[in-house]
Design a protein around this ligand. Structure first.
Ligand SMILES: [Zn+2]
Ligand SMILES: [Zn+2]
Length: 239
Protein backbone atom coordinates (compact mmCIF):
# COMPACT_ATOMS: atom_id res chain seq x y z
CA UNK A 1 0.00 0.00 0.00
CA UNK A 2 1.56 3.36 -1.00
CA UNK A 3 2.02 5.69 1.92
CA UNK A 4 0.64 8.85 0.35
CA UNK A 5 -2.50 9.82 -1.48
CA UNK A 6 -1.74 11.57 -4.75
CA UNK A 7 -3.86 14.55 -5.72
CA UNK A 8 -3.90 14.77 -9.52
CA UNK A 9 -5.36 18.05 -10.74
CA UNK A 10 -7.37 17.69 -13.95
CA UNK A 11 -7.35 20.97 -15.84
CA UNK A 12 -10.84 21.13 -17.32
CA UNK A 13 -10.05 24.57 -18.74
CA UNK A 14 -6.62 26.13 -19.34
CA UNK A 15 -4.72 28.12 -16.69
CA UNK A 16 -6.46 26.45 -13.76
CA UNK A 17 -9.68 28.27 -14.66
CA UNK A 18 -11.60 25.06 -13.91
CA UNK A 19 -10.22 22.06 -12.03
CA UNK A 20 -11.37 18.59 -11.04
CA UNK A 21 -9.28 16.13 -9.02
CA UNK A 22 -8.30 12.50 -8.82
CA UNK A 23 -7.39 11.22 -5.36
CA UNK A 24 -5.16 8.25 -6.06
CA UNK A 25 -3.86 5.64 -3.66
CA UNK A 26 -2.54 2.53 -5.34
CA UNK A 27 -5.33 1.10 -7.49
CA UNK A 28 -8.04 3.11 -5.79
CA UNK A 29 -9.27 6.41 -7.16
CA UNK A 30 -11.91 8.92 -6.10
CA UNK A 31 -12.88 11.52 -8.69
CA UNK A 32 -13.86 14.86 -7.14
CA UNK A 33 -15.96 16.95 -9.55
CA UNK A 34 -16.51 16.28 -13.22
CA UNK A 35 -16.19 19.56 -15.12
CA UNK A 36 -18.54 20.90 -17.76
CA UNK A 37 -20.58 18.52 -19.97
CA UNK A 38 -18.48 16.20 -22.18
CA UNK A 39 -15.35 16.34 -20.04
CA UNK A 40 -14.85 12.56 -19.89
CA UNK A 41 -11.87 12.56 -22.32
CA UNK A 42 -9.93 14.86 -19.96
CA UNK A 43 -10.59 12.53 -17.02
CA UNK A 44 -9.50 9.55 -19.11
CA UNK A 45 -6.24 11.29 -20.02
CA UNK A 46 -5.50 12.01 -16.35
CA UNK A 47 -6.16 8.36 -15.46
CA UNK A 48 -3.90 7.12 -18.27
CA UNK A 49 -1.14 9.46 -17.18
CA UNK A 50 -1.16 7.56 -13.87
CA UNK A 51 -1.38 4.09 -15.45
CA UNK A 52 -5.05 3.76 -14.47
CA UNK A 53 -8.38 3.38 -16.25
CA UNK A 54 -12.13 3.82 -15.69
CA UNK A 55 -12.34 0.67 -13.55
CA UNK A 56 -10.10 2.25 -10.91
CA UNK A 57 -12.62 4.97 -10.08
CA UNK A 58 -14.47 3.78 -6.97
CA UNK A 59 -16.53 6.88 -6.28
CA UNK A 60 -17.41 10.23 -7.86
CA UNK A 61 -17.93 13.07 -5.39
CA UNK A 62 -19.57 16.32 -6.45
CA UNK A 63 -18.52 19.30 -4.32
CA UNK A 64 -21.75 20.99 -5.43
CA UNK A 65 -24.34 20.96 -8.18
CA UNK A 66 -23.18 23.75 -10.50
CA UNK A 67 -22.76 22.79 -14.17
CA UNK A 68 -18.99 23.35 -14.13
CA UNK A 69 -18.60 20.68 -11.40
CA UNK A 70 -21.50 18.27 -12.01
CA UNK A 71 -21.85 18.71 -15.79
CA UNK A 72 -20.24 15.36 -16.72
CA UNK A 73 -21.32 13.38 -13.66
CA UNK A 74 -23.88 11.18 -15.42
CA UNK A 75 -21.56 10.54 -18.38
CA UNK A 76 -18.75 9.53 -16.01
CA UNK A 77 -21.02 7.33 -13.93
CA UNK A 78 -21.98 5.46 -17.10
CA UNK A 79 -18.32 5.01 -18.05
CA UNK A 80 -17.08 3.96 -14.61
CA UNK A 81 -20.05 2.39 -12.83
CA UNK A 82 -18.93 4.34 -9.75
CA UNK A 83 -21.57 5.81 -7.43
CA UNK A 84 -22.27 9.54 -7.59
CA UNK A 85 -22.07 11.28 -4.22
CA UNK A 86 -23.72 14.63 -3.47
CA UNK A 87 -25.22 16.44 -0.51
CA UNK A 88 -28.96 16.40 0.14
CA UNK A 89 -29.13 20.21 0.37
CA UNK A 90 -28.11 20.44 -3.31
CA UNK A 91 -30.58 17.72 -4.35
CA UNK A 92 -32.98 20.15 -6.07
CA UNK A 93 -30.08 21.50 -8.16
CA UNK A 94 -28.83 18.01 -9.08
CA UNK A 95 -32.40 17.32 -10.26
CA UNK A 96 -32.59 20.44 -12.41
CA UNK A 97 -33.81 23.34 -10.26
CA UNK A 98 -32.16 26.60 -11.35
CA UNK A 99 -29.27 27.64 -9.06
CA UNK A 100 -29.48 30.80 -6.96
CA UNK A 101 -26.78 32.98 -8.46
CA UNK A 102 -25.78 35.86 -6.20
CA UNK A 103 -22.98 37.63 -8.07
CA UNK A 104 -20.01 38.68 -5.96
CA UNK A 105 -18.60 41.10 -8.51
CA UNK A 106 -19.17 42.92 -11.77
CA UNK A 107 -17.69 39.87 -13.47
CA UNK A 108 -20.27 37.66 -11.79
CA UNK A 109 -23.06 39.97 -12.94
CA UNK A 110 -21.81 39.95 -16.54
CA UNK A 111 -21.20 36.20 -16.37
CA UNK A 112 -24.74 35.58 -15.14
CA UNK A 113 -26.04 37.51 -18.17
CA UNK A 114 -24.30 35.07 -20.53
CA UNK A 115 -26.54 32.31 -19.10
CA UNK A 116 -23.56 29.92 -19.23
CA UNK A 117 -23.99 28.64 -15.69
CA UNK A 118 -27.78 28.26 -15.96
CA UNK A 119 -27.49 26.03 -19.04
CA UNK A 120 -29.21 22.66 -18.59
CA UNK A 121 -27.02 19.56 -18.22
CA UNK A 122 -27.67 15.85 -17.70
CA UNK A 123 -29.41 15.96 -14.30
CA UNK A 124 -29.35 13.02 -11.92
CA UNK A 125 -30.18 11.80 -8.48
CA UNK A 126 -26.96 11.00 -6.55
CA UNK A 127 -26.52 7.32 -5.67
CA UNK A 128 -25.22 8.27 -2.24
CA UNK A 129 -26.82 11.30 -0.60
CA UNK A 130 -24.78 12.91 2.16
CA UNK A 131 -26.71 14.30 5.12
CA UNK A 132 -25.76 13.98 8.75
CA UNK A 133 -24.41 10.62 7.55
CA UNK A 134 -21.38 10.73 5.28
CA UNK A 135 -20.00 7.80 3.26
CA UNK A 136 -16.82 6.24 4.62
CA UNK A 137 -14.07 6.97 2.10
CA UNK A 138 -11.60 4.61 3.76
CA UNK A 139 -13.88 1.81 2.50
CA UNK A 140 -12.91 2.74 -1.05
CA UNK A 141 -9.26 2.95 -0.10
CA UNK A 142 -8.73 6.69 0.41
CA UNK A 143 -7.92 8.04 3.90
CA UNK A 144 -10.20 11.05 3.68
CA UNK A 145 -13.56 12.29 4.88
CA UNK A 146 -16.37 14.44 3.56
CA UNK A 147 -17.37 17.59 5.45
CA UNK A 148 -20.52 19.61 4.83
CA UNK A 149 -19.24 23.11 4.02
CA UNK A 150 -22.29 25.12 2.93
CA UNK A 151 -22.25 28.70 1.70
CA UNK A 152 -21.34 28.67 -1.97
CA UNK A 153 -24.43 26.47 -2.34
CA UNK A 154 -26.43 24.91 0.54
CA UNK A 155 -25.11 21.45 -0.29
CA UNK A 156 -21.45 22.26 -0.88
CA UNK A 157 -19.11 19.62 0.52
CA UNK A 158 -15.33 19.35 0.88
CA UNK A 159 -13.10 16.28 0.80
CA UNK A 160 -10.46 16.42 3.53
CA UNK A 161 -7.54 14.04 3.17
CA UNK A 162 -6.08 12.83 6.46
CA UNK A 163 -2.80 14.71 5.87
CA UNK A 164 -4.57 18.11 5.74
CA UNK A 165 -4.98 18.63 2.01
CA UNK A 166 -8.58 19.49 1.19
CA UNK A 167 -10.60 19.71 -2.02
CA UNK A 168 -12.80 22.68 -1.15
CA UNK A 169 -14.74 23.21 -4.40
CA UNK A 170 -15.84 26.83 -4.80
CA UNK A 171 -15.49 27.92 -1.15
CA UNK A 172 -12.80 30.25 -2.46
CA UNK A 173 -11.15 30.93 -5.79
CA UNK A 174 -7.99 32.63 -6.93
CA UNK A 175 -6.63 34.38 -9.99
CA UNK A 176 -8.39 36.84 -12.23
CA UNK A 177 -11.51 35.98 -14.22
CA UNK A 178 -12.54 32.40 -13.51
CA UNK A 179 -9.43 31.24 -11.77
CA UNK A 180 -5.81 31.05 -12.43
CA UNK A 181 -4.49 33.41 -15.06
CA UNK A 182 -2.76 35.78 -12.64
CA UNK A 183 -2.31 36.48 -8.93
CA UNK A 184 -2.86 32.82 -8.19
CA UNK A 185 -2.03 33.01 -4.53
CA UNK A 186 -4.52 35.80 -3.81
CA UNK A 187 -7.88 34.40 -2.71
CA UNK A 188 -11.12 35.86 -3.97
CA UNK A 189 -14.77 34.99 -4.03
CA UNK A 190 -15.99 32.89 -6.94
CA UNK A 191 -18.30 34.81 -9.33
CA UNK A 192 -21.33 33.53 -7.38
CA UNK A 193 -21.84 32.82 -3.71
CA UNK A 194 -25.15 32.22 -1.96
CA UNK A 195 -23.95 33.19 1.53
CA UNK A 196 -20.49 34.69 2.09
CA UNK A 197 -20.92 34.49 5.87
CA UNK A 198 -21.66 30.78 5.70
CA UNK A 199 -18.62 30.39 3.45
CA UNK A 200 -16.50 32.09 6.14
CA UNK A 201 -17.91 29.65 8.72
CA UNK A 202 -17.21 26.69 6.45
CA UNK A 203 -13.61 27.77 5.86
CA UNK A 204 -13.13 28.20 9.62
CA UNK A 205 -14.50 24.72 10.13
CA UNK A 206 -11.97 23.33 7.64
CA UNK A 207 -9.15 25.13 9.46
CA UNK A 208 -10.44 23.73 12.76
CA UNK A 209 -10.11 20.27 11.17
CA UNK A 210 -6.43 21.00 10.44
CA UNK A 211 -6.74 21.70 6.73
CA UNK A 212 -3.40 22.93 5.42
CA UNK A 213 -3.71 23.15 1.66
CA UNK A 214 -6.86 24.13 -0.20
CA UNK A 215 -7.41 22.76 -3.70
CA UNK A 216 -10.05 24.81 -5.51
CA UNK A 217 -12.36 24.50 -8.48
CA UNK A 218 -11.06 27.77 -9.88
CA UNK A 219 -7.40 28.67 -9.32
CA UNK A 220 -5.53 27.52 -6.22
CA UNK A 221 -4.19 25.67 -4.39
CA UNK A 222 -3.96 28.07 -1.45
CA UNK A 223 -2.25 27.73 1.92
CA UNK A 224 -3.61 28.53 5.36
CA UNK A 225 -2.57 32.21 5.49
CA UNK A 226 -4.40 33.34 2.33
CA UNK A 227 -7.48 31.45 3.54
CA UNK A 228 -7.33 33.21 6.93
CA UNK A 229 -7.15 36.57 5.17
CA UNK A 230 -10.05 35.61 2.97
CA UNK A 231 -12.18 34.67 6.00
CA UNK A 232 -11.40 38.03 7.62
CA UNK A 233 -12.36 39.87 4.46
CA UNK A 234 -15.63 37.94 4.11
CA UNK A 235 -16.52 38.66 7.73
CA UNK A 236 -15.61 42.34 7.46
CA UNK A 237 -17.70 43.09 4.41
CA UNK A 238 -21.37 43.86 4.62
CA UNK A 239 -23.38 41.32 2.69
ZN1 LIG B 1 -19.95 26.80 -8.11
ZN1 LIG C 1 -17.32 26.50 -10.09
Amino acid sequence: MPSKTKVETIRMLPFGMLNAFLLIRGENVILVDTGLPNSAPLVKKALQKNGLDWSNIRMIILTHAHIDHAGSALQLQELTGAPLVGHEADLPLFLGAPPVLRPTSLFGRLFRKTGAIQRPFAYFSPDIVCSTEMPDLTEVGIPARILHTPGHTPGSISVLIKDGRVIAGDLAASGILLGGIMIKEKPMQPPFEESPLLVAEALKNLLAHDSTQFYLGHGGPLGVEPIRKHIARLEASKF
